[in-house]
Design a protein around this ligand. Structure first.
Ligand code: ADP
Ligand code: GLC
Length: 480
């Protein structure tokens, strides 16, 4: 098949979260399965400056209609490996900036223009390069308008650009809602400004466009596919999602086992596997030492790696601060995000510097060390479309402590409910739920036999992208 992926992030060139990992690994695995794959991503500064993109060559000059004006740009392309080409849609005014979406204080004010331009750049490239895709698969709100823009261009130029369009929701909490007065920049017909089009409470919603107009809509776990059809998790789009009925499916992401594999991970001080855990002790000692703790500490070591946002349940952790102040545990948090959470966590670590450490930076190597060196990995998300770290934890023999939501519930089996096959501890997304989970963690740590069973079960789980990519292959086949 000829498959096109379109996303606002792509590992290793630009990443703010799991979206980058998912698009990078899925497109690469589909290429390994002999499909002809093209991936489009904006030519952000970090991507252009990345050593791996230095071979990119200009393949197209762009002149994009944006309402009543035209804007120029260009497409640079390079081949990443057999069957996989990456196209960068460039325009300095829009993408030569420090971060993809905004400053720590606020989103860029022209994000709608930036991503309308990006999507139109993709359409123009497909048109001029005559790629004739079987499937154009776009991800999250930044690419939500793509199915509409594609079909509109096909009518206008009497061309076939794509047989089918697929739209994946990685997180319905981010919707790309902008003033309706910007709609004219899309050059789409006015009737799409209504309730049956992109209108969302008087504004334009790019996420809604993707959900309504793609041929198939997917999200990243079966449970989240059900959750987003309820008011509690749908963020106002539950009704819209519901209209797609059986066109909505939830497919669990995989993990990149070349990068996340304790047996060959180059970012940790010692390697280990399910048959020989020795190296894990060295990782644990190194993690403790690097965070200012005694490397010989014998109690539970709890790690956390995430964006510091409400989604990740940071407030649920903070409401349980008494646990971290009184229990003999070591708690290591690696994360950046909202200032209020960073400050509260910093206060907690100042109150208990001998127990709690905060690394407030983005640090790929430290994220691997936290996964490898912790005994437990805390992920108390209020909602979680899929989540990657709970899968990394399991294959690193680190027992995940997770809330029973979305992909967390779909990928972690509770060791108390299912003692023989369990891999982690699951609890409700509440303050009391997290308290219960932490209490059960202390009990599990005191029972080395059960702890070992949970670790071993986790390490034997297969989360490889091959399984996930095959599921997408099947979905594309069915759509076609
Ligand atoms: P989300 O996409 O909602 O942030 P995921 O669990 O899908 O959540 O993916 C998060 C990804 O970002 C993981 O690969 C995780 O290791 C990484 N990550 C988050 N914060 C940091 C950080 N401060 N340093 C390094 N990696 C991080
Ligand atoms: C989003 C979700 C996360 C998911 C990731 C990749 O960022 O918050 O749960 O794992 O996308 O699909």
């Amino acid at each position: 098949m000829k498959i096109v992926h379109v996303a606002s992030e792509l590992f290793p060139y630009v990443k703010t979260g799991g979206l980058a990992d998912a698009v990078g690994a899925l497109s690469s695995t589909l290429a390994d399965l002999e499909h002809e794959v093209a991936v489009f991503v904006p030519g952000y500064r970090s991507v252009i400056d990345h050593p791996l993109t230095s071979a990119a060559k200009r393949t197209l000059k762009l002149r994009i209609e944006m309402g009543d004006t035209f804007m120029s740009g260009e497409v640079r392309s390079f081949s990443l490996k057999p069957n996989l080409t990456v196209h960068l849609v460039c325009r300095e005014e829009f993408f030569d900036r420090r971060a993809p979406y905004g400053t720590p204080e606020r989103d860029y004010e022209d994000n709608h223009h930036r991503f309308i331009f990006f999507c139109k750049g993709v359409v123009e490239t497909l048109r001029f390069l005559e790629f004739r895709a079987d499937v154009v698969h776009s991800h999250d709100w930044q690419c939500g308008l793509l199915p509409l823009l594609l079909r509109h261009a096909e009518q206008r130029y009497e061309a076939t650009l794509a047989m089918k369009t697929i739209f994946t929701i990685h997180n319905i909490a981010f919707q790309g809602v902008f003033p309706m007065r910007s709609f004219y920049r899309t050059n789409l017909p006015d009737e799409l400004m209504g309730i049956d089009g992109v209108e969302f409470y008087g504004q334009m919603s790019m996420m809604k466009a993707g959900i309504l107009f793609a041929d198939r809509v997917t999200t990243v776990s079966p449970r989240y596919a059900r959750e987003i059809q309820t008011p509690e998790f749908g963020c106002g789009l539950d009704g819209v999602v519901g209209t797609r009925g059986t066109d909505i499916v939830g497919l669990i992401n995989g993990i990149d086992t070349d990068i996340w594999n304790p047996a060959k991970d180059a970012l940790i001080p010692a390697n280990y596997s399910v048959s020989d855990f020795t190296g894990k002790a060295a990782c644990r000692a190194d993690l403790l030492k690097r965070n200012g703790f005694d490397p010989k500490f014998a109690g539970p070591v709890v790690g956390m790696v995430c964006r510091l946002t409400e989604q990740k349940g940071i407030d649920l952790v903070l409401a349980n601060e008494a646990f971290f102040l009184t229990e003999n545990v070591r708690f290591i948090v690696l994360g950046t995000g909202e200032k209020r959470f960073e400050e509260e966590l910093r206060k907690l670590s100042a109150l208990a510097p001998d127990r709690v450490a905060l690394c407030s930076r983005h640090d790929e190597a430290m994220s691997h060390l936290v996964e490898a060196g912790s005994d437990f990995f805390l992920m108390p998300s209020r909602f979680e479309p899929c989540g990657l770290n709970q899968m990394y934890s399991q294959v690193y023999g680190t027992v995940p402590l997770v809330t029973r939501v979305g992909g967390l519930a779909d990928t972690v089996t509770d060791i108390d409910a299912t003692p023989e096959t369990g891999t982690g501890i699951t609890f409700p997304p509440t303050v009391a739920g997290v308290a219960e989970g932490l209490k059960r963690m202390v009990k599990l740590h005191a029972d080395p036999m059960r702890l070992k069973i949970a670790q071993t079960n986790g390490m034997k789980r297969d989360f490889s992208w091959l399984t996930a990519a095959r599921a997408y292959e099947q979905l594309y086949d069915n759509a076609l």
